[in-house]
Design a protein around this ligand. Sequence first.
Ligand code: KG4
Ligand code: ZN
Length: 361
Amino acid sequence: MLTLGIESSCDETAFALVQDGKLLDSVISTQIDIHALFGGVVPEIASREHYRLIGHLYDSLLAKTGIDAEQIDNVAVSRGPGLLGSLLVGVGFAKGLVAGTTKKLIGVNHLHAHLLAAGLEQDIEFPALGLLVSGGHTQIFLIRAADDFVELGKTLDDAAGEAFDKVAKMLNMPYPGGKYIDQLGKLAEPDTKRFTRPYLDNTNLNFSFSGLKTALNLYIEAHSHLKLPSLNDVGELFNGNRDVAELAELCASFNFTVADTLRVKMQRAITQRKEVGDAVNSIIVAGGVAANSMIRETMAEVAEKNKLTFTLPSFALCTDNASMVAYMGEQLVAKGYSHGLDLDAIPRGRKIPQDYLHSLC
Ligand code: KG4
Ligand code: ZN
């Protein structure tokens, strides 16, 4: 079975071909440089860029793989959550490929696709506890199968990645600045008491990062010498020309606070599942922020402590990509799911409906 995956939910336009659980090839174009000029993703620009690139990228994947459009059995597309205009470009393109053919159309939940992406590289041991940490989302799921995701907790305000990017912006680093905070943090030991780990004094699995962001803002305003003079100076941080010791300690402390907050909630999720008698065999950490070194280390420790398998996608599968969409779509089609040409794009904030055309399950 040959499945084409299409991703256009935010600022990456991407296609991938997956055959029987294996990635054949993929193409991706990122808009990061354009949005960096504005300090964040501009939805109107994002959808126009997707529209401009989508046809060329599709052609380039077919040319690269030598695969003919007729050979494709299924077309899987990220149908949400994401930016509505951007999603519509991918969904419309998918419908165009499927219309008048026997190909199956399958709309994929972008968040679920992130969490199962690692399945392209290693077998996932279900049931799994999945932590999704991306620019737009921070969520914990109990995952029993590709079509059985139960949301256990989510952020009530900012996503972890948003907090990283906003702190980086306060320091005058280019968007998206999460990776700079990570790299600088590696140069120092964290002060584990510098910032309060947010929203832990409860029994739930939700997150709230906006208070931590405010704490960082107050700290940075009071220590404004830590800010970069200009966005263009980011290279200075790593070429040894600038004394970054104090800034590195701030970044390490922030990395620690986020990672340790995620640790407490994941440990709580494991304990709560045990209490209700639910089996959990593995932990999956996915999404762009799963690239963060302190978060990766901390989650590996949680898995080890609880004797669970630790599943972490490689970096290219952590950030937005179409391989995960094709992989997820293939599994759903194999279970008998597909969508009609009335498939709707669902923006962030709206619940994704289980509106499959038919299901064999
Ligand atoms: O999953 P993703 O590519 O896009 C969304 O679907 O949101 O995640 C992007 C986010 C950005 O906020 C970016 O700053 C963050 O992932 N990120 C990191 C690191 N690398 C990417 N955050 C912290 N440490 C990193 N190393
Ligand atoms: Zn994503």
